[in-house]
Design a protein around this ligand. Structure first.
Ligand SMILES: C[S@@+](CC[C@H](N)C(=O)[O-])C[C@H]1O[C@@H](n2cnc3c(N)ncnc32)[C@H](O)[C@@H]1O
Length: 439
């Protein structure tokens, strides 16, 4: 088992905004075996268990024409304790001298957890706040009230110990705004909120203080995108900055992506460009309820006029072409379908209430589905019930005015957002009587 150096509590006022790094200079008294350089290899081999094995600490040092090999922390200078019989014999047979060794470490040596454990008052140690969510160069923390007096110290430690982090912020309220953004306070670093975040093989640029982004949803983004097929059309009604839309566009899925927040819309449009999916993804800035209807009509018009012309397959070395699903056929155009195959609604606090907009959205257009499946809806929601099915079926019915049978609803658990609040994705096929019925 690896040994650890221990850092005792340091005395620092919670109100100091700057960590006194000098307080973390520590010396540890150890014992070293002074051996000839040619003996280091054999010592390392046969006495390994008795040598110092500490993360981020080298255990062999030069001492004139000899080497000093550090022994484990239990070893005593007279060689009587903390060493195995093999090591003791090696020491005797080779006339090895044991000498005192002072190991000095400083602030740079310690991990963020060690430093925070030493600064913060004793309590539930495992809950000391060294964890954060990274969004681009921003470390996003959600500090509990008891740590707030130390927030600037915590921020500095996080900044110092994570080279890719340039800004540390703390969430100062719960998310309840219309656009699912939250107030934040800079604890350390530059007040720069413009980030570039990678996900699903795409890059997303956005202002983290103005739009919604949650890196914990990456699996959910990938899960839904994997259900979309090349050439299908997807209506992403609450698209944010494009974490469903851009990866889907890369798969040559046609996406109408919308967000009501003007800042999200701007970033969405920019991310479409950054990820070079402009042939497949169109960005909109409307209310979701109106968008369900307007996008459904616009897609039909669009499909009657246009096809998407794909660039010729990329040339590879020796004249081979890159083999993609559609480059195997000689046809290079993708026909735009007249109907959406999927509607995505990721606004878990209220998206179920938007389902009424599907009533009559394909009224008089039954013929469009003669050779196609009816569209699927993937709508996210929260539920406080366990099991949640009845609660969700009731809410779908209240909004869509149609009672789904339990077997018509596929419920995917996404994540826990609070002790009694889970997020789900409900997937179901839009019933004929809903979409072909009256508005
Ligand atoms: C939970 S976020 C999800 C964003 C994105 N789909 C994702 O997975 O990261 C919900 C989004 O819905 C947008 N929004 C809120 N109300 C809306 C509405 N009435 N119509 C359309 N979008 C809305 C917010 O601006 C926010 O970007």
């Amino acid at each position: 088992m690896e040994e650890e150096l221990r850092l005792d509590p340091v005395n620092m006022s919670p109100f100091s905004k700057v960590v006194d790094k000098g307080l973390f200079n520590k010396s540890f008294n150890l014992v070293a075996a002074r051996v000839l350089p040619q003996k280091v290899g054999i010592l390392n081999k046969i006495c390994r268990k008795d040598l110092l094995e500490l993360p981020r600490v080298k255990h062999v040092y030069q001492d004139q024409d000899h080497k000093l090999v550090l022994l484990n922390q239990k070893a005593t200078l007279d060689g009587t304790e903390g060493l195995s019989e093999t090591t003791k014999s090696f020491i005797n047979e080779n006339n090895v001298k044991l000498v005192p060794f002072k190991l000095n470490v400083d602030y740079d040596y310690w991990r963020a957890e060690d430093i925070l454990d030493a600064i913060l008052p004793p309590g539930q140690k495992e809950e000391h706040p060294s964890g954060f969510t990274a969004v681009g160069h921003i470390a996003h923390m959600n500090l509990r009230e008891e740590w707030l007096p130390y927030k600037h110290l915590i921020g500095q430690v996080i900044l110092d110990k994570n080279p890719s982090i340039k800004t540390v912020v703390n969430k100062t309220d719960s998310i309840d705004t219309k656009f699912r953004t939250f107030q934040m306070e800079v604890l350390a670093g530059d007040p720069d909120f413009m980030v570039v975040q990678s996900e699903s093989n795409c890059k997303f640029r956005f202002d983290f203080s103005k739009v919604y982004w949650n890196s914990r949803l990456s699996t959910e983004h990938d899960r839904l995108v994997s259900q979309f097929q090349e050439g299908e059309a997807v209506c992403d009604i609450m698209a944010g900055v494009g974490p469903f839309a851009c990866p889907a566009g890369k798969k040559r899925v046609i996406v109408f992506a919308n967000d009501l927040n003007p800042s999200s819309y701007e970033s969405l449009a920019e991310n479409v460009q950054i990820n070079k999916v402009g042939d497949f993804v169109k960005a909109y800035n409307q209310d979701g309820r109106e968008f369900i209807r307007s996008a459904t009509e616009e897609l039909l018009e669009f499909s009657e006029q246009e096809t998407i012309e794909l660039p010729p397959p990329k040339k590879l070395a020796k004249g081979n072409t890159m083999d993609t699903p559609s480059s195997s056929s000689s046809k290079r155009d993708i026909r735009i379908p007249p109907v959406f195959s999927h509607y995505v609604m990721n606004l878990p606090g209220s998206a179920l209430e938007f389902l009424d907009a599907f009533n009559g959205c394909y009224e008089g257009k039954e013929h469009l589905f003669e050779n196609r499946s009816l569209p699927k809806v993937h709508v996210h929601c929260f539920s406080r019930y366990d099991p949640p099915v009845e609660d969700i079926l009731n809410r779908i019915e209240a909004s869509m005015r149609y009672r789904l049978q339990p077997e018509e609803l596929s419920l995917h658990y996404v994540r826990k957002v609070a002790p009694k609040k889970d997020m789900y994705c409900c997937t179901f096929t839009l019933p004929k009587s809903v979409i072909f019925g009256k508005k």
